[in-house]
Design a protein around this ligand. Structure first.
Ligand SMILES: Cc1cc2nc3c(=O)[nH]c(=O)nc-3n(C[C@H](O)[C@H](O)[C@H](O)COP(=O)(O)O)c2cc1C
Length: 177
């Protein structure tokens, strides 16, 4: 059966460059169905133990958890806000972790980060590389994607080395499915 890959841009920006990059990388995979997640489409309050106790999980959290459950693998690209996860992504991560602490269910994942800066989200990437393995993260490859607007133009990667590095990660994911 065709494998189902969930792509996630770790941001709630309507013009998220991380969403663009995650979906682009997903599009390089052969013979898969892509489920493209836009965090804006999943309603949930700011996580609080009190809201969890009083109201339980919102429909948005439950829906997102279902999509994660049905996935065969992930392509995630994280936005970096002040050297950390965006609030939107951290909120989703916290809510999902309350349903299943192994959020990523040991399914293979490519982990990316991009920003307009030269480090390309390396700091948030390092945070996730340190944390995701404790949360069921099976990371088969990762890379920061620096200076997004210089290196990604008209829907494609213009820097050959970056493109070839990403293609290697895509191959790793294909082999792990
Ligand atoms: C509150 C805030 C903090 C930011 N902090 C960082 C940062 O620490 N490092 C960085 O490279 N870019 C930082 N940026 C710039 C983001 O990388 C840029 O907005 C990028 O487009 C975010 O990804 P997105 O388009 O997927 O939301 C920050 C942006 C905002 C709004």
């Amino acid at each position: 059966m065709t494998k189902n890959i969930v792509t996630i841009g770790g941001s709630n920006s309507k013009k998220s460059i991380n969403k663009v990059l995650a979906e682009y990388a997903g599009g390089l995979l052969k013979n898969v169905t892509l489920t493209k997640i836009d965090l804006n489409n999943f309603e949930m309050p700011l996580f609080s133990v009190d809201i969890e106790e009083e109201q339980g999980f919102s429909e948005g959290v439950k829906k997102l958890n279902e999509l994660v459950e049905k996935a065969d693998g992930f392509v995630i690209s994280l936005a970096e806000h002040n050297g950390a996860y965006s609030t939107a992504f951290k909120n989703v991560f916290d809510w999902l972790s309350r349903i299943n602490g192994k959020v990523w269910r040991n399914k293979p994942m490519i982990l990316l980060a991009t920003s307009p800066g030269e480090r390309g989200g390396q700091t948030v990437l390092d945070i996730a590389l340190g944390r995701f393995p404790y949360m069921g993260g099976n990371i088969v490859g990762s890379m920061p994607f620096p200076s997004f607007y210089e290196n990604f133009k008209d829907g494609d990667i213009v820097d050959e080395e970056l493109k070839s590095n990403l293609l290697k990660l895509v191959e790793n994911l294909e082999n792990a499915l």
